[in-house]
Design a protein around this ligand. Structure first.
Ligand code: ATP
Ligand code: MG
Length: 396
């Protein structure tokens, strides 16, 4: 998304005077404006990192070299109409071009010489459409996730319950084997290795079962008012020794005198544990996990977000935020979009089941809060922000 709240417009126009005029008008109307003289430069910009910040393109049809229609087709190869609206600017005698441009994926056109009022109203319309489309997409996603989660819950509750008992039996068997193996000379070594392997497998199966049960549980939270800093520190203490061995260190910047929030201590510990583990796993060579806690107003929540939780957090509502940033590679757009899906994982087969973040989201929503994820901007890495509403205390 663009850094400018009104939006960032890319103007592609070969005529210097027109460029200057448009830039002045758009900036005057509160938009951020980037200009490019021709197609190739504009396409290069769109492909680069700055390209993601462009909200709309204003594209001249008639240009020397690569003309507007060619540029448009190239843009459409990678960015669909709903994602990056393109408005063509055309002279009055170019009706045929207008039709061709609309066919090739232009969203709209304005006639030259450009009438400022018309241009601004078209810009507003297309930026609105784009925003509405993004919201619909997000809410569709979250409905799909909810549905998947519900079917997972049904299946998991049954399966997990059934598997737990045999697992417990196997564990007992292993204990017995290990005890019997003690002091058995040569064979004990081989057997010890075998039992260790078996124990690993059993533990993994047990972990999956517990993950499933957590995902399935229709938890009633046991909330009590408290300071988030406490559960942050407490959870970190559970992992810090193991993390230190792996070269993963924590840096804490915990807000003083934060308002109390209502939370379920053991569930929030589970949430933080998942996030800490993901962060550490993202840094194979080690690195720093930066944790901050702050009081702030919720922002950037999609309309649908948290809609499943009771009394969910809305933009502008007061909240306490726990942000966890790692120094890993961050996540691609595809992963960002899918990471909350149950069973979505990019880890090697056998090492992750992809339930961590879906459990996190579910638990945060049960708390009336939310979880937000974004790549860091100042360096590579991912930031996960957990928001807990402060207003809920009123209901206690
Ligand atoms: N800190 C992070 N940096 C980069 N990618 C991440 C990070 N945290 C999560 N991801 C991505 O999101 C995916 C889903 O995470 P999630 O915690 O739900 O499942 P998982 O870690 O793969 O498995 P598990 O069920 O063991 O937690 C991960 O496989 C990874 O691709
Ligand atoms: Mg995980």
């Amino acid at each position: 998304m663009s850094a400018n709240p009104r939006g960032t417009i890319l103007v592609i126009e070969d005529n210097l005077v027109n460029r200057r005029v448009l830039q002045a008008k758009l900036t005057g109307a509160g938009y951020a404006c980037i200009c490019r003289e021709g197609g190739p430069e504009a396409l290069e910009l769109l492909r680069g990192e700055a390209g993601a910040g462009i909200d709309l393109v204003l594209l001249d049809v008639m240009m020397p070299g690569m003309d507007g229609l060619d540029v448009l087709r190239r843009i459409r190869e990678v960015r669909p109409r709903v994602e990056l609206p393109v408005i063509m600017t055309t002279s009055l005698d170019q009706t045929a071009d207008v039709v061709r441009a609309l066919d090739a994926g232009a969203n709209d056109y304005v006639a030259k010489p450009i009438d400022l009022a018309v241009l601004l109203s078209r810009l507003a319309t297309h930026l609105d459409l784009k925003r509405v489309h993004a919201e619909l997409r997000a809410s569709h996603r979250s409905l799909v996730e909810a549905a998947k989660m519900e079917s997972v819950a049904l299946l998991a509750a049954g399966v997990a319950h059934e598997i737990r008992n045999p697992l417990a039996q196997i564990k007992m068997g292993l204990d017995a084997l290990e005890e019997a193996g003690n002091g058995d000379g040569d064979t004990a070594g081989g057997r010890g290795q075998l039992t260790a392997l078996m124990r690993q497998s059993v533990e993994r199966a047990d972990g999956i079962v517990r993950g499933l049960m957590a995902a399935a549980a229709n938890q009633k939270l046991k909330t009590a008012p408290g300071q988030v800093n406490e559960v942050v520190e407490e959870t970190w203490n559970l992992v810090s020794e193991d993390f230190t061995k792996r070269g993963v260190l924590g840096r804490f910047d915990l807000g003083r005198s934060l308002p109390a929030v209502a939370y379920d201590r053991s569930e929030m510990r589970r949430v933080l544990l998942h996030i800490f583990l993901n962060a550490a796993q993202a840094m194979e060579q080690g690195g720093e996990i930066a944790v901050t806690t702050r009081q702030e107003k919720a922002a950037g929540l999609a309309a649908s977000e948290g809609a499943r939780g009771a009394g969910h957090l809305r933009n502008g509502a007061p909240a306490v935020a726990i942000s966890i940033s790692d120094e890993g590679p961050g996540a691609t757009d595809e992963v960002l979009e899918r990471m909350f899906e149950p069973f979505f994982t990019t880890r090697a087969a056998g090492s992750g089941i992809g339930l961590g973040l879906s459990v996190v989201r579910k638990l945060m929503e049960l708390h009336g809060g939310a979880v937000q994820v974004q790549n860091r901007t100042e360096r590579s890495g991912l930031t996960v922000k957990l928001l807990l509403p402060t207003s809920r205390l009123g209901f206690l």
